[in-house]
Write a protein that binds this ligand. Structure first.
Ligand SMILES: [Mg+2]
Length: 246
């Protein structure tokens, strides 16, 4: 009753599924109990050398700052004592952090969003990266260290103490990071965090455990283009409708 395929997301894989479905009277995989599992996806974003026009354009604009949230944007974690962990039991974490909070040792089980390493490797070539998390420094710095992986691409960091507390929620004031708002972009799963700077924000869906998530990869073409703008708000302010999606 169940058809499992562990093929890459290729033309052949899609054709196999289409053929299997065409042999059934019902075309909806949900209806007939066919479950498609794409084990890995061949999503690529090739880095091509810049043309001379692109290079001169890039030299004419300021290098941009990309502010990155951690939890549910780049990673998801849960800690000891959580009764209902948000990831499927048995899913091994990518790394475990041992942190002492209020004199109590706490273990955090950290899962990396799919493609996060590749994403950071690519965008670090385009932007100055900054970590801005509403989490405590002792946890956020440990996560950032692991994501950085000795590449020195996540050196500038801001934590809970750098947020503004407003009606019980933490807001990230981008002017703390960079005084020129024409050249700063924030990628954050929580719209509330950037409500002071919606024209500088790129929304992203919260990630908890979906292994087929490609949200970070999907942003690469846009981030590649955005670095050529004179003012990121000229593009991102057109994106406001998206803020209601998440
Ligand atoms: Mg977050």
């Amino acid at each position: 009753k169940y058809l499992f395929t562990c093929l890459p997301d290729s033309f052949e894989a899609r054709e196999s599924c289409r053929l299997a479905l065409s042999r059934c009277s019902c075309k909806d995989p949900q209806d007939i109990g066919i479950k498609l599992i794409i084990q890995y996806q061949t999503v690529r974003y090739d880095l091509l050398p810049l043309s001379s026009i692109s290079r001169s354009r890039l030299n004419a604009v300021k290098r941009k700052v990309l502010v990155l949230d951690l939890d549910e944007t780049l990673i998801h974690s849960h800690h000891d004592g959580v009764l209902r962990p948000s990831v499927r039991p048995g899913t091994p974490p990518d790394f475990i952090l041992k942190v002492v909070i209020d004199k109590h040792p706490v273990r955090f089980f950290v899962h990396k969003r799919p493609h996060v390493d590749f994403f950071l490797e690519v965008v670090s070539q385009w932007y100055e990266l900054v970590v801005f998390t509403a989490s405590m420094e002792i946890y956020g710095s440990a996560v950032a260290d692991r994501l950085d992986n000795n590449r020195s691409i996540l050196k500038r960091r801001y934590y809970r103490q750098h947020c503004t507390l407003d009606l019980g929620s933490y807001i990230k004031d981008l002017s703390v990071v960079h005084s020129d708002l024409s050249s700063i972009v924030i990628l954050d799963n929580s719209p509330g965090a950037y409500r002071g700077h919606p024209d500088n924000a790129i929304p992203i869906k919260s990630w908890f455990s979906d292994p087929s998530d490609t949200a970070l990869l999907n942003l690469l073409p846009m981030l590649d283009a955005l670095r050529f703008t004179a003012d990121v708000r000229s593009v991102l302010s057109r994106n406001l409708h998206q803020h209601r999606l998440w």
